[in-house]
Design a protein around this ligand. Structure first.
Ligand code: HEC
Ligand code: HEC
Ligand code: HEC
Ligand code: HEC
Ligand code: HEC
Ligand code: HEC
Ligand code: HEC
Ligand code: HEC
Length: 448
């Protein structure tokens, strides 16, 4: 070790870690970028938009070997991870991919690599991911813009929305399925690689997969399989998430999705969806016969048809209440979403996907909230159970959907009776004073 470097290491270790930079007056990105400000942590989640080099960091331009030498003391975990990775020892005697190749050599101009940076060497994977865009949302490629362009991302208090971008950063950096600094393909093939993000309502992929025949077999035996093998026919007895959704290792998760996130009723038999369904059947027939594969996937369509009958019925009940002005508080009696300023003049409750149901779940009346839960949690849970073969959860999900519809029916009747009584008595309890000072007001938005 050179003396200069030894002294620098001593000084650097003593200095500890300074915070990386982000512009003081950094603004949000996206449609509503003027209405929110990024947190310091966004620098890591969306480095392309927010990372600024730290000007008070260790100074110097270093070779890859020097980075490793000093960081073996400063951040040994990172160096060990890198040493175990293919980047440290690529096949065919290629040059190692050093710290400097990803972060730069000038310590006061360091960068955090974006997908584009990785794509300079892994163009194939990067292009496959970008190709998802042509299938619309959801997709990994669009995940960041979809989150920040959502109305409630801007309207809700900061603590309720900061975490959105941790998961939705799957679009803006590549260290999600193969974590830094191992960047291991084997890790990414396993279902655990997806679960940091694909868990819990409204997307219980974790819970439904592990409750399926595939997931149970994985739990029993997966620890002994050789995950260094690529995800192609013959290599694995049951599929993991990536086996099914990233067929043959393609970084494209959107090209087969018919029901997508599950928020809308669709016709699974359009020409486009027939092509997508054939792609799914090609996956299943790696291991199953064609006719049972077709039948299983048709069972998913039937489950959705039944769920949508119940959801449509609930939406009709709500539309009738809205038409008769029976929602309490009604749209004009509660604060409008700040980004929908025109609702101050034309208030209107949002019912169903096409009217913006996805952001209409707070500052709403009890019955609307009940419908939101039915549509977003109960229906999406039943959907993923049917998609992933968790039969018991399909049954439970449909029992929940029916209970929700009963609740909504009962509540609708109560609202009709109450309003009739109010009208007969010639007075209405004005909810506005209470609701206008609710939890989600302009004050909250100022702090975003
Ligand atoms: C002499 C010791 C030393 C050398 C050489 C060195 N670093 Fe660092 N590095 C540090 C210390 C200490 C920190 C934490 C404090 C700071 O940011 O200065 C750090 C922080 C970092 C960070 C995190 C920055 C952030 O914003 O969180 C990265 C990335 C990094 N170094 C990469 C490199 C790369 C790449 C090289 C080689 C080009 C390198 N380092 C060389 C000591 C060193
Ligand atoms: C293949 C590209 C790649 C290589 C090689 C690489 N890094 Fe990183 N590094 C990343 C990515 C990606 C992140 C995550 C950045 C983010 O969160 O936006 C990161 C984050 C970091 C961080 C800050 C976050 C943390 O985990 O604390 C440090 C420090 C760091 N790297 C140091 C190093 C050092 C030292 C080396 C060499 C031993 C190295 N990196 C090699 C891609 C790389
Ligand atoms: C300077 C070129 C370069 C950059 C930049 C780069 N890589 Fe690599 N990457 C390589 C090479 C070379 C290999 C080893 C290929 C081999 O051995 O055949 C590799 C291998 C990999 C592997 C396969 C590991 C395995 O277990 O088989 C993954 C995953 C990977 N890189 C991800 C990334 C990610 C993510 C980034 C950005 C954070 C990145 N790489 C940046 C050159 C690069
Ligand atoms: C860092 C978080 C994260 C990880 C890890 C992650 N995803 Fe995702 N995934 C998301 C987000 C966020 C979305 C929704 C994006 C949007 O809003 O458009 C998504 C969407 C999807 C979709 C929906 C595509 C569609 O067209 O409906 C599929 C399929 C998917 N991911 C599969 C996977 C699989 C398989 C893995 C593991 C190999 C995985 N994801 C790992 C965050 C993640
Ligand atoms: C635990 C990780 C996680 C968190 C936290 C998270 N999401 Fe997501 N989000 C996902 C996943 C995964 C999907 C896709 C599920 C699917 O396709 O089944 C998704 C889907 C979406 C979608 C629908 C897809 C689309 O493109 O229209 C939107 C919008 C969205 N998220 C916005 C947000 C917002 C806003 C927040 C914060 C309030 C948030 N998400 C928090 C993981 C997350
Ligand atoms: C949704 C999870 C996920 C994300 C996000 C992801 N990868 Fe991967 N990656 C995988 C899986 C799974 C494999 C293993 C594929 C296989 O079995 O062939 C893999 C393999 C790789 C390989 C090795 C390919 C080979 O043939 O050896 C490279 C290189 C790679 N990914 C780069 C990237 C880059 C660059 C990004 C960001 C643009 C990225 N990955 C984002 C899941 C992911
Ligand atoms: C046997 C193959 C298979 C496995 C394994 C699997 N899925 Fe799925 N997944 C499906 C099918 C089929 C659908 C419904 C597709 C459709 O018709 O829209 C689906 C739907 C989804 C969706 C909604 C978007 C879409 O593509 O329709 C997400 C997100 C998702 N799965 C994530 C996961 C995650 C995460 C895992 C692992 C925990 C996983 N899946 C395991 C087959 C699988
Ligand atoms: C990599 C091989 C593989 C792939 C791909 C695969 N399966 Fe399976 N599947 C199995 C195995 C093996 C079992 C039996 C698991 C057990 O019980 O141990 C199974 C069981 C099932 C079951 C439980 C019912 C039964 O007869 O055991 C269903 C349903 C199922 N698969 C549906 C699908 C669908 C739908 C797809 C495509 C979206 C698919 N599978 C893709 C290997 C696979």
């Amino acid at each position: 070790m050179t003396t200069r470097l030894a002294m620098l290491i001593a000084a650097a270790v003593a200095a500890g870690s300074a915070q990386a930079g982000m512009d003081e007056d950094a603004r949000g990105v996206g449609l509503y970028g003027d209405l929110w400000r990024p947190d310091p942590v966004h620098e890591y989640w969306d480095p392309g938009a927010y990372h600024r080099p730290e000007t008070e960091a260790v100074e110097g331009v270093f070779t890859g070997a020097e980075c490793v030498e000093c960081h073996a003391d400063v951040t040994p975990g990172i160096v060990n991870g890198w040493r175990d990775s293919r980047h440290a020892a690529p096949g065919d005697g290629a040059e190692p991919v050093t710290c400097a190749a990803c972060h730069g050599a000038d310590h006061r101009a360091l960068r955090f690599p974006t997908p584009t940076d990785c794509g300079a060497c892994h163009g194939e994977q990067h292009e496959q991911m970008l190709d998802e865009r042509r299938y619309g949302f959801p997709s990994h490629a669009l995940a960041m813009e979809r989150a920040v362009d959502t109305k409630h991302f801007v309207d809700k208090p900061k603590p309720e929305v900061t975490a959105c971008l941790a998961c939705h950063s799957v679009a803006t950096k590549c260290d999600s399925c193969h974590t830094r600094h191992r960047f291991d393909a084997a890790e990414a093939r396993r279902p655990e690689a997806c679960l940091t993000c694909h868990s819990g309502p409204p997307h219980p992929d974790d819970e439904t997969y592990f409750d399926s025949a595939h997931g149970r077999r994985y739990l029993a035996e997966g620890g002994t399989w050789d995950w260094s093998k690529p995800l192609v026919k013959g290599n694995y007895p049951v599929p993991s998430c990536a086996y099914c959704h990233m067929r043959e290792g393609r970084h494209q998760v959107a090209d087969k999705a018919i029901w997508k996130f599950g928020l809308r009723d669709v016709n699974p038999r359009t020409a486009e969806n027939t092509v997508k369904r054939r792609r799914w059947i090609a996956v299943c027939t790696d291991c199953h016969g064609e006719s049972e594969s077709v039948a299983w996937l048709r069972a998913l369509d039937n489950e959705r048809k039944r769920a949508w009958r119940l959801l449509d019925e609930a939406e009709d009940l709500l539309r009738d209440l809205r038409a008769d002005d029976l929602l309490y508080p009604a749209a004009g009696e509660r604060p409008p979403y700040p980004v929908d300023w025109w609702e101050r003049f034309w208030p209107r409750a949002r019912i169903g996907f096409h009217e913006g149901q996805a952001s209409a779940f707070y500052n709403v009346s009890g019955i609307e909230r009940r419908y939101f839960e039915m549509w977003y949690f109960e229906s999406l849970g039943a959907y993923k159970a049917a998609a992933h073969g968790a039969d018991a959860q399909v049954a439970a999900g449909h029992a929940d959907l029916r209970r929700a519809l009963d609740d909504i029916r009962r509540e609708a009747e109560a609202l009709r009776e109450l309003t009739a009584a109010e009208r007969a008595a010639g007075k209405r309890v004005d909810p506005a004073p209470l609701w206008r000072a609710g939890a989600y007001t302009d004050l909250n938005r100022e702090r975003n």
